[in-house]
Ligand binder design. Structure first.
Ligand code: ADE
Length: 249
C-alpha cells in the first residue's frame, strides 16, 4: 500500500519509522511518503494560511498550496492513468477533521484494501472547503474524525489512522489471529487478558483460564466481552445485531 501524508510539520510523522509500521516500511509492505505543504507555497514566507471570509477567529488554509501538492501526488499515484488507458480507480484522500465521519474499525478495514491513501493534515481552523470539492475529480474524498474532541491539527489523527489502517494490511502484523480477537473486530470490546504468575499480590487469574477446557474458556471470554461492552460502551451494543452477541456454536 502506498500512503502519502501532506503536512506543515513533517517531523510529527517521524513516529511512522518506529515499531511495526516502521518495520513494514522497511520490508516494502507500506510505502509511506511525507510531504511538506510549504514546498507548494511560493511567497517569501511560504504562507499557507489566510483570514476567513465572513470573519471569525483563527486562520484558514489557502487552497492553492493544497491543490499543487495533491495534483503532484495524484500524478505520481500507482493508480494514475497509464499509457494503455484508465485504471478506473482513484486514490483515497483522507482528511482528518473533527467535523468528519467517525473513524471506526470498520472504516480502517475498508481503507486497508485501498492501494493508495493520501492524508491531508489541516491546521488552524481547517482547509478551504473548495479543496474537497475540487479534489473529487482525482480522489475519493473522505473526511474522518478520531472522536468528539479537538486536536491542534490533523497530524496526531493521521498517525492514529495510518497505524490503524496499516496494521490491517496483510503481512504487517506477524500473527493475523491477533487481529481477529481484538477489541472492535466483532463490534465488542476485547475480553480481559492475564499472564503468569497465576497469583500476584493477592490477585488471582480467573480459575476457568487454568482449566484447560477450551470450550468453557471461549464461552467465558465471550460473556466477558458482552458484559464489559454493556458496562463501558452500551452504545456499541445498540449498533450490533442480536445474533452477533449470542454465543456462536
Ligand atoms: N483534527 C483536529 N481534531 C481532530 C479530530 N478529533 N479528529 C481528526 N482530526 C482532527
Amino acid at each position: 500500500m502506498r500512503i502519502d501524508v501532506v503536512t506543515i510539520f513533517p517531523e510529527y510523522l517521524g513516529a511512522l519509522d518506529v515499531s511495526l509500521i516502521g518495520k513494514a516500511r522497511r520490508e516494502g509492505l507500506l510505502e509511506i511518503r511525507v510531504h511538506d505543504l510549504r514546498e507548494h507555497a511560493f511567497d517569501r514566507h511560504r504562507t499557507v494560511d489566510d483570514t476567513p471570509y465572513g470573519g471569525g477567529a483563527g486562520m484558514v488554509m489557502k487552497p492553492e498550496p493544497w491543490a499543487l501538492a495533491l495534483e503532484q501526488i495524484a500524478a505520481d499515484s500507482p493508480l494514475a492513468l497509464d499509457a494503455e488507458g484508465e485504471t478506473g480507480r482513484r486514490p483515497v484522500l483522507l482528511v482528518p477533521t473533527p467535523s468528519g465521519q467517525l473513524f471506526r474499525q470498520q472504516v480502517a478495514q475498508e481503507l486497508s484494501a485501498a492501494d493508495h491513501l493520501v492524508v491531508a493534515c489541516g491546521r488552524y481552523e481547517g482547509i478551504d472547503e473548495r479543496v474537497f470539492h475540487w479534489a473529487q475529480e482525482q480522489y475519493e474524498v473522505r473526511l474522518v474524525s478520531l472522536g468528539d474532541y479537538v486536536l491542534n491539527g490533523g497530524e496526531v489523527a493521521a498517525l492514529a489512522m495510518v497505524e490503524a489502517i496499516g496494521r490491517l494490511v496483510p503481512g504487517v502484523v506477524g500473527n493475523p489471529e491477533s487481529l481477529v480477537e481484538e477489541s472492535h473486530s466483532d463490534g465488542l470490546l476485547e475480553y480481559p487478558v492475564y499472564t503468569k504468575p497465576s497469583s500476584w499480590r493477592g490477585h488471582d487469574v480467573p480459575e476457568i483460564l487454568l482449566s484447560g477446557d477450551h470450550g468453557k474458556i471461549a464461552a467465558w471470554r465471550h460473556e466477558q466481552q458482552v458484559e464489559r461492552t454493556q458496562r463501558r460502551r452500551p452504545d456499541l451494543l445498540e449498533r450490533l445485531d442480536v445474533s452477533t452477541v449470542a454465543q456462536e456454536d
